[in-house]
Ligand binder design. Structure first.
Ligand code: NAD
Length: 314
């Protein structure tokens, strides 16, 4: 059990999820937000969520929900948040100007031992840390939603992030039971979104060309590839799919992979192709109406709890 202090900036959806992950591992957590009302709501939600998880048998860590909740405090003063923190996890909205303003405030306050990690899904760390005095203490640690049940964290350094900051963040994530991957250098989209967008592009093309309906194209993942991918990555999947392993796989299927890849065509313009977007939205809403999205999210999270348990045995 650690009694080190973790600061969290922004107490919305992701900030609260991080607070629960850190508290489960015994860290002292302090949440900071510009809205005092948001902090009060966050505490209520955290109390409720931790106790609900405990009832469901899905609480992480070795201490009870009430003990975990007792480890979480709040502040509306950034200088209090940064004091004696070993790590700060930034979770403010995805607006570059807002992040830049916050990082220049943090630059004034950061102590030497503190690493600041952004939860950003899209901004490379150089975009908001360039020119700052303590930029070597700043990087990205990008979770996937919901982080409580999805262990992946992408650690992305800026060109100037110190190797120590990268190592410490990786060790910290491991101490939470998360599963970090460390990119050697920053790249747009990191790894997850690069792969996710490659899939979305092809799904879009298959629907817009009328080859598959939304329900069927999603079934290719949910009833097919996704079942393997819930357990194995795409390279290990290939490794198991040929008698002589992955080298044999690419020898056998490399020609076909190149031939199919040559037929992909243009990257879809998902903002301007309004006709396809309207059709995808219409069909998606037939599957799950907008009013039922929250209900469906709750079902997803419930099954993710089971999947997370099952994966531990794999
Ligand atoms: P959110 O809107 O739920 O919460 C943002 C919080 O930040 C709010 O409580 C708001 O009051 C607070 N805030 C705004 N400005 C602030 C400031 N200057 N200082 C302190 N607090 C401030 O947002 P979220 O969904 O939790 O996203 C936070 C970050 O996590 C974003 O960078 C986002 O890209 C990333 N992320 C989100 C998801 C997701 O699915 N929501 C997944 C992975 C990563």
């Amino acid at each position: 059990m650690s009694s080190q202090k973790i600061g969290i900036v922004g107490s919305g959806l992701i900030g609260r999820a991080w607070a629960m992950l850190f508290a489960a591992a015994g860290y002292r957590v302090q949440l900071y937000d510009i809205l005092e009302s948001q902090l009060a709501t966050a505490l209520q939600e955290l109390d409720k969520d931790l106790h609900r998880l405990e009832e469901q048998g899905a609480l992480r860590g070795n201490i009870r929900a009430s003990e975990q909740f007792a480890l979480i405090g709040v502040t509306t003063r950034l200088e209090e948040l940064t004091r004696e923190a070993v790590h700060i996890q930034e979770c403010v909205p995805e607006v570059l100007q807002l992040k830049k303003r916050l990082y220049s405030q943090l630059d004034e306050l950061l102590e030497e031992q503190t690493v600041v990690a952004s939860s950003t899904s899209t901004f490379m760390p150089s975009l908001y840390s360039e020119g700052l005095q303590k930029k070597q203490q700043m990087l990205v640690a990008h979770p996937l939603n919901p982080p409580y049940f999805i262990p992946l964290v992408e650690i992305v350094p800026a060109p100037w992030t110190s190797p120590t900051a990268v190592e410490r963040t990786r060790d910290l994530m491991l101490s939470l039971g998360q599963r970090p991957v460390t990119l050697k250098r920053e790249i747009q989209g990191f790894a997850t979104n690069r792969i996710q967008y490659a899939i979305l592009n092809e799904v879009w093309r298959l629907v817009s060309s009328g080859i598959l309906s939304v329900a069927d194209v999603d079934r290719v993942l949910s009833q097919g590839l996704g079942l393997r991918y819930a357990l194995l990555g795409s390279l290990e999947t290939a490794h198991l799919n040929a008698p002589g392993g992955v080298a044999d796989y690419f020898q056998r299927f490399g020609g076909e992979i190149s031939a199919v890849s040559a037929t992909y065509g243009e990257t879809p313009n998902t903002q301007e192709d309004r006709e396809t977007l309207a059709e995808i939205a219409r069909q998606c809403e037939q599957l799950v109406s907008l009013e039922k999205l929250d209900e469906r999210r709750a079902v997803r999270d419930e099954f993710l709890i089971q999947l997370a348990k099952l994966k531990k045995q794999f």
